[in-house]
Design a protein around this ligand. Structure first.
Ligand SMILES: Cc1cc2nc3c(=O)[nH]c(=O)nc-3n(C[C@H](O)[C@H](O)[C@H](O)COP(=O)(O)OP(=O)(O)OC[C@H]3O[C@@H](n4cnc5c(N)ncnc54)[C@H](O)[C@@H]3O)c2cc1C
Length: 414
C-alpha cells in the first residue's frame, strides 16, 4: 500500500505504544495542555505478562488518579515478598510496612489486560486521542531530528503524522531502538523465562494471601508465584537458556519439567489446574545505547529491560514516563527539543537502574544470599527493602552498594 502524505496530521506528542508507559506519558502531557496521540498496534484489552506491582508506583498512580480504581478492583493486595529455598526453607516475609507508611506499604497484583485498560481509559478521559490497531512502522527523521511517524492501521493504507516529539513506548519491540540499531544485550545477564496460569493454587492467609513468593531452584533458576483475581495464580520460571533448554526447546515440555523438579512449588499447586497455554521469551535482557535524541525519547521497556526478579518493570515504566513527561513539557515550553533536554531524566533514573542491576547480579551469584547479607549487615536490611519497593531513584545507596560489593563482585560496566 502507498503511504498517504497528502493530509498529514500534526501533534505535539505522538507515542508509539499504549501500554502503561505510553498511556502515562500521554496522560500527563495532555493534562499540561499538549495535543497527544497514542498509537497502539493491538486492540485492548490485550494479554501482557508482568503482573506484580511494587509499592513505589504509589506516587505516580496517585498523580494519575488511578488509586481509587485499584482500591475498588479485585486485584489481590500485595504486602510482602518471600523467598523459598530449594529445600523448602522460607525466608521471613519482607513486609513493605517495615519501611513505609501503611497506606503506601501495600500494592497490587494486577491482571494486565485490566490494568493496562485502566491506564489507557484514563489517558482517553484526560483528552488523549488513542488509536488502537495502529502500528508505528517507522519513525521519520529530517537530518538527525525526529519529525513524526509512519502509522499503519490494520487493513487500511499507511499514513504519516508530524509530531514535535515522538515517544517510543513500544515495549520490547523498541521501535526507535530497532530502527536506529541501538538495541544491545546486557553484559553478564542472559536469562530466559517460561510461564503459565493455574486455578486453585494454594494461597497463604491474611495479609500474606497476596504476597509474591519466589521459589528458588538449586541451579540459580527461580519461579514466581503471583496470586491474581478469580483464584488464578501466575507461575513462571526464569533461568539461563543453557539450563532451561538443555534437553528441549519446547516451552510446554520445559515448563512442565521445571515445575516437577520444584517440590515446594508442586505442593502449592497440588490441587491446581493449569488454565492456559505456556508462553515464553528466550532472551529477556536488553538495553539501548542511547535513549533520547533530537525530538525523541524512550520510556519503559522500550528503553531497557533487565530481569523480572524484583518486579521493577511497571515501576520503571510508570516512573520513567512521568519523568519523561516533565522533560518533554520543559522542552516544549522552552523550544529546546534536543537530546540533552528530552533525555535529562535518564541520569536520575540511571543511578536507580544501576542499583537494581547490581542487586540482580547479586541474586544470580551462587555465593550470595539475602539471608547471609542481612545477617552480616543488619543495618542494611532497610536498604534492601528499599530496593524491593523501588525506592532507589534519586537516593544515595552508596553504603548499601559498598556492603553488597563485600559479598559479591559488581557486574561488568554497562
Ligand atoms: C517474564 C516477565 C515477567 C515480568 N514480571 C513483571 C512483574 O512481576 N512486575 C513488573 O512490574 N514487571 C514485570 N515485567 C515487566 C513488565 O511486563 C514491563 O516492564 C511493562 O509491561 C513495561 O510497560 P511498557 O508500557 O513499557 O511496555 P508494554 O507494556 O510492553 O507496552 C508496549 C505497548 O506497545 C505496543 N506496541 C509495540 N510495538 C508497537 C508499534 N510499533 N506501534 C504501536 N504500538 C506498539 C504493544 O502492543 C504494547 O501494548 C515482566 C516482564 C517479563 C518479560
Amino acid at each position: 500500500m502507498t503511504t498517504d502524505t497528502t493530509n498529514t496530521e500534526s501533534y505535539d506528542v505522538v507515542t508509539a505504544g499504549g501500554g502503561p508507559a505510553g498511556a502515562t506519558v500521554a496522560t500527563f502531557l495532555q493534562r499540561q495542555g499538549y495535543r497527544c496521540l497514542v498509537l497502539e498496534s493491538t486492540t485492548f484489552p490485550r494479554y501482557h505478562i508482568g503482573e506484580s506491582l511494587i509499592p513505589n508506583t504509589f506516587g505516580t498512580l496517585d498523580r494519575l488518579g488511578l488509586l481509587p480504581n485499584l482500591r475498588e478492583s479485585s486485584f489481590p493486595e500485595k504486602h510482602s515478598v518471600r523467598f523459598v529455598s530449594p529445600s523448602g526453607e522460607e525466608s521471613d516475609p519482607f513486609y513493605f510496612s517495615e519501611i513505609m507508611p501503611d497506606e503506601e506499604a501495600r500494592t497490587w497484583q494486577v491482571k494486565r489486560s485490566e490494568f493496562d485498560q485502566l491506564c489507557v481509559d484514563n489517558a482517553r478521559a484526560s483528552g488523549v486521542e488513542v488509536r488502537m490497531a495502529t502500528t508505528v512502522e517507522e519513525v521519520l527523521f529530517e537530518g538527525d531530528r525526529c519529525v513524526g511517524v509512519r502509522a499503519q492501521p490494520r487493513d487500511e493504507a499507511p499514513y504519516e503524522i508530524r509530531s514535535k516529539v515522538v515517544v517510543d513506548a513500544s515495549g520490547a519491540r523498541t521501535v526507535i531502538g530497532s530502527q536506529l540499531g541501538l538495541k544491545q544485550p546486557v553484559p553478564g545477564l542472559n536469562k530466559a523465562s517460561i510461564w503459565s496460569y493455574y486455578q486453585g493454587g494454594k494461597r497463604l492467609t491474611g495479609i500474606d494471601a497476596g504476597e509474591t513468593t519466589i521459589f528458588m531452584l538449586p541451579d540459580g533458576a527461580w519461579f514466581w508465584y503471583i496470586p491474581l483475581p478469580d483464584d488464578i495464580v501466575s507461575v513462571g520460571i526464569v533461568g539461563s537458556p543453557e539450563l532451561l533448554f538443555a534437553e528441549s526447546t519446547d516451552f510446554e515440555a520445559v515448563f512442565q519439567h521445571e515445575v516437577e523438579r520444584c517440590a515446594p512449588l508442586l505442593e502449592r499447586l497440588s490441587e491446581a489446574t493449569r488454565t492456559e497455554a505456556v508462553r515464553g521469551i528466550r532472551r529477556l535482557a536488553y538495553r539501548n545505547q542511547q535513549t533520547a535524541g533530537n525530538g525523541w525519547v524512550m520510556v519503559g521497556d522500550a528503553a531497557t529491560f533487565l530481569d523480572p526478579i524484583y518486579s521493577s518493570g511497571l515501576f520503571l515504566a510508570l516512573g520513567s514516563a512521568e519523568l519523561a513527561a516533565n522533560c518533554i513539557h520543559q522542552g516544549l515550553s522552552t523550544d529546546d527539543l534536543s537530546a540533552d533536554s528530552l533525555g535529562a531524566f535518564a541520569e536520575m533514573l540511571g543511578d536507580g537502574i544501576e542499583v537494581i542491576r547490581r542487586l540482580i547480579h547479586a541474586f544470580y551469584d551462587p555465593e550470595f544470599s539475602f539471608r547471609k547479607f542481612v545477617v552480616k549487615f543488619p543495618e542494611h536490611r532497610a536498604a534492601l527493602i528499599d530496593c524491593l519497593v523501588g525506592d532507589v531513584i534519586e537516593k544515595d545507596m552508596g553504603d548499601f552498594l559498598g556492603a553488597l560489593a563485600e559479598m559479591t563482585p559488581p557486574p561488568p560496566a554497562w
